[in-house]
Design a protein around this ligand. Structure first.
Ligand code: MN
Length: 228
């Protein structure tokens, strides 16, 4: 195939301890998945999960410095467990869902909270609040064979050394398998898809110059710096 412009670069995420990288196809995100975070945002915790997306090229690797984003004065951090899909599937039963997972990592769902609040109040889409450039920092992936327990373990985020989010994966309302089952009823999942599974309580603002670290038990920590 010959293209009329240069073909875009394939986005990928490093794999811990391996030379090979995981190519990213799409990024899906779960809207609300920890009761304490749902309460802090003033929402009803009994609703089924819902999803939004980020573009694949929003991925930022650990160790990078990113600019403070355009069009916001309220950039928020949301630490999340991220699932990397390795097998095709539609309408996947929860009990078979983890067979579709290649690996997992920690990620941050960076959010322009002021734009999200404006979108919510007007019933408009969240895309510009969630899917902006550099909005998906990702740690190195760990193959599921090396990280068998996605159901419990610490998930945390610190800013300049101060812990802001600190919870357990067991607090997820919809565990990893349920997120996959629900999402696969809306879209056909494919190898390369990433699923960000929602954030625990403690979200808050970032400012220029902040050093952000995040982790989930069993995967390498993620660190980014906000330019300034
Ligand atoms: Mn989120």
């Amino acid at each position: 195939m010959r293209y009329v412009i240069n073909s875009p670069t394939q986005v990928s995420v490093p794999v811990y301890g391996q030379d090979g990288r995981f190519p990213v196809r799409r990024i899906f995100c779960v809207g609300r998945n920890y009761a304490a975070h749902i309460r802090e945002m003033g929402n009803d915790e009994r609703e089924p999960p819902f999803f939004f997306t980020k573009p694949a090229d929003a991925v930022v690797e650990t160790g990078q410095t990113i600019p403070y984003p355009m069009q916001t004065s309220d950039l928020h951090h949301e630490v999340e467990l991220v699932l990397a899909i390795g097998q095709h599937g539609t309408d996947i039963p929860a009990k078979a869902a983890l067979d579709h997972v290649w690996g997992a990592c920690v990620g941050i769902d960076l959010t322009r909270r002021d734009l999200q609040a404006a979108a919510k109040s007007k019933g408009r889409p969240w895309d510009m609040a969630k899917g902006f450039d550099h909005s998906a920092p990702m740690g190195a992936l760990v193959p599921l064979t090396d990280m068998p327990d996605l159901g419990s373990g610490r998930i945390w985020l610190s800013v300049n050394g101060e812990v802001r989010q600190d919870a357990d994966l067991a607090d997820m309302i919809w565990p990893a398998a349920d997120c996959i089952a629900h999402l696969s009823r809306s879209v056909a999942l494919a190898p390369g898809d990433l699923i960000m599974t929602g954030t625990p309580a403690g979200v808050g603002p970032l400012v220029a110059g902040d050093h952000v670290k995040a982790g989930v038990a069993g995967a390498p920590d993620l660190g980014i710096h906000i330019d300034g």
